[in-house]
Design a protein around this ligand. Structure first.
Ligand code: NI
Length: 394
C-alpha cells in the first residue's frame, strides 16, 4: 500500500503545484473565503464527491470506503493573512495586502491531493474519510469552533481528527510531531488607560495616562515572573501602544493591545484574573481608569497520546524513522486546538524548505514566506497513508 500511495502522490504532484499556485495567487482573508470554497467544491465534485457548505465559507465532504469501519476526519484551513507579499514569483498574490503567508494554500491543496488518492483507493480500506476545509483559522473565534458548532463532528462522528501544517524549519522530506500538549492557549488583550490630557509643562493639572500605562506594562510582567509556576511557560506581550500626544501634549488616554499565552488551562484563567486585578488596581492607585477587554482566543492544543503514537509509527514507515522529528512545545496558537478539545486529534508538521536552503526558509506570517513545492508530493501522500493506517487500527 505504501508504494501504491507514493506512486499516486508522485503522479499528482505537478497538478497539485498548479492548484497551489492558483490558490496562492488568489488569497482571501478569514471568513471571506468564498472563491476558495467554490474552487474546493468544484474540485471535490470533479472527484465524484458531494461536498457541502458549512459555517458559510467552509466545505465538508465524505469519501466512503468499504462499509463497517470508523470515520476519520482530515482538516485543512483555507484563509490568508493581511500581509503584502514581497516574493517576486509567477504565482505572487494578485490581491494587494492579502497573502497566503501561513501556508494554508498548501494545506488546502494537500488535502485535495489526499482526497484524490483516497478516492482512488476507497475499495481498499474500510471506513469513512471526512474532509474538512475550514475557514478563518487566523481570526478569533476561529473557523474550527464555528464548524464544530455547526455539526462537523457529527453524522458521522469521526473517531479522530488529523491536521497538517507547513513548517519552514524542516526540509522537505521531514515531518515533525509531538505527543500531548503541543501549542498554547492565546487570549487577546485590548486596554484603554484613561487619564486627563493637557500641556506637557503642567503635569500637576493633568493625569498622565502615558505614565500609568508604562507602569502597567512593566508591572504586568510580574504575573509571568512571580505568579506563574516557573515550570509552566507563559508569555505576555504588548505589541501595540498608542499614546497619541506630542512632545508637549499629554493625551487623554493610551490604547494598548497584547496577548497572553500559556500551556495550562487552569493557570490561563487564574492569570487573566490577576491581569485584570493588576491593571485596574494599578490605574486606580494612580487616579486613572483602566478598561481591559479580554477576548478569549484558542485553547491549548493537545495531541492525544495513543493516536499520536500510531501516527508517529505510520509516519516512520512512510518517510523513515530518521525523517520524523520530535518537536518541542510552542507558544503559538492554532484553532485546530478546538478539534483536539472535542476528541482525539493529532496535529503534525510538514517540512517545507529546500534541503539546500534555497527556498522556503522565511518564517510563516512574513511577506517573504514561501514553500519548496516538492512538499506537495509528501504532504498528500503521507496524509493518505496515515488515514489508511488509522482506519485499520483497532
Ligand atoms: Ni497557519
Amino acid at each position: 500500500m505504501v508504494q501504491t500511495i507514493k506512486a499516486l502522490a508522485a503522479a499528482l504532484a505537478a497538478d497539485l503545484a498548479a492548484v497551489r499556485r492558483h490558490l496562492h495567487a488568489h488569497p482571501e482573508l478569514s471568513f471571506e473565503e468564498t472563491e476558495t470554497a467554490a474552487f474546493v467544491t468544484r474540485q471535490l465534485r470533479e472527484m465524484g464527491l458531494q461536498p457541502q457548505t458549512m459555517a458559510e465559507t467552509g466545505v465538508v465532504a465524505l469519501i466512503e470506503g468499504r462499509p463497517g469501519g470508523p470515520t476519520l476526519a482530515l482538516r485543512a484551513d483555507m484563509d490568508a493573512l493581511p500581509i503584502q507579499e514581497l516574493n517576486e514569483v509567477a504565482y505572487k498574490s494578485t490581491r494587494p495586502g492579502v497573502m497566503h503567508a501561513c501556508g494554508h494554500d498548501v494545506h488546502t491543496t494537500s488535502l485535495l491531493g489526499t482526497a484524490r488518492i483516497l478516492n482512488q483507493l476507497k475499495s481498499e480500506f474500510q471506513g469513512t474519510v471526512k474532509l474538512i476545509f475550514q475557514p478563518g483559522e487566523e481570526v478569533v473565534p476561529g473557523g474550527a469552533s464555528l464548524m464544530i458548532r455547526d455539526g462537523v463532528l457529527e453524522n458521522p462522528a469521526p473517531r479522530a481528527v488529523l491536521g497538517q501544517h507547513v513548517f519552514p524549519k524542516l526540509p522537505v522530506g521531514q515531518v515533525g510531531i509531538r505527543s500531548g500538549r503541543y501549542m498554547a492557549s492565546a487570549d487577546e488583550l485590548y486596554m484603554t488607560v484613561r487619564g486627563r490630557g493637557g500641556h506637557g509643562a503642567m503635569p500637576e493639572l493633568n493625569l498622565d495616562p502615558v505614565l500609568v500605562a508604562s507602569h502597567i506594562i512593566v508591572a504586568a510582567q510580574q504575573i509571568v515572573s512571580r505568579r506563574a509556576n516557573p515550570k509552566m511557560p507563559s508569555v505576555l506581550s504588548f505589541g501595540k501602544v498608542i499614546a497619541n500626544g506630542a512632545t508637549n501634549v499629554i493625551p487623554d488616554s493610551v490604547y494598548l493591545e497584547g496577548t497572553f499565552r500559556t500551556l495550562d488551562e487552569q493557570w490561563r484563567m487564574e492569570a487573566l484574573g490577576h491581569l485584570r486585578q493588576l491593571c485596574e488596581g494599578l490605574a486606580a492607585s494612580m487616579g486613572a481608569v483602566c478598561e481591559l477587554e479580554i477576548r478569549r482566543g484558542y485553547p491549548c492544543l493537545d495531541n492525544e497520546p495513543a493516536l499520536t503514537a500510531r501516527t508517529r509509527a505510520a509516519m516512520a514507515a512512510y518517510v523513515g524513522e530518521e525523517n520524523v522529528v520530535d518537536l518541542d512545545q510552542w507558544l503559538a496558537a492554532e484553532d485546530f486546538a478546538y478539534f483536539s478539545q472535542a476528541g482525539p486529534a493529532c496535529f503534525y508538521r510538514l517540512g517545507t524548505r529546500s534541503a539546500d536552503g534555497s527556498r522556503g526558509t522565511a518564517s510563516v506570517h512574513t511577506p517573504t514566506f514561501d514553500v519548496d513545492e516538492t512538499c506537495l508530493e509528501l504532504g498528500p501522500g503521507l496524509m493518505a497513508w496515515l488515514t489508511v493506517q488509522e482506519l485499520a487500527a483497532q
